[in-house]
Design a protein around this ligand. Structure first.
Ligand code: AMP
Length: 113
């Protein structure tokens, strides 16, 4: 499968890793939209939020249990942060591998995106 994030997870494309465990991988966004901007992805290829099912959703719960630890490591836990996942064309999802943006390090816009 020709998937950018699968290649990043496999180490075929370099990335700035901030977290890795058996189920997920987190790395710095190449075009940060905030002082801290990290992406967290499941190692298993799931194309997006629209492809989460009862069968594959365990990894999503895992990712959300890991996010506060990553936020702590990045020094943004106490100040607060935003977790976003864009879905499909209208959501402006540019990479069809499920990912959650973790944004923080400053007061973010009170608009949703
Ligand atoms: P989205 O537009 O929601 O699908 O988010 C995709 C994100 O992937 C964007 O914020 C891009 O800046 C980011 N991105 C694309 N290529 C890379 C890469 N090679 N390394 C890190 N982040 C990337």
């Amino acid at each position: 499968m020709d998937c950018l994030f699968c290649k990043i997870i496999a180490g075929e494309i370099p990335s700035a890793k901030v977290w890795e465990d058996e189920y997920c991988y987190a790395f710095k966004d190449i075009a940060p939209q905030a002082p801290v901007h990290v992406l967290i992805v499941p190692k298993e290829h799931i194309s997006g939020v629209d492809c989460i099912t009862v069968k594959n959703s365990t990894v999503v719960a895992h990712i959300f249990s890991v996010i506060p630890w990553i936020a702590a490591e990045l020094g943004i836990r106490d100040g607060g942060y935003r977790v976003v996942s864009n879905v499909g064309e209208n959501g402006c999802q540019s990479v069809r591998h499920l990912h959650f943006h973790i944004l923080g390090g400053e007061k973010l816009s009170d608009r949703m995106a």
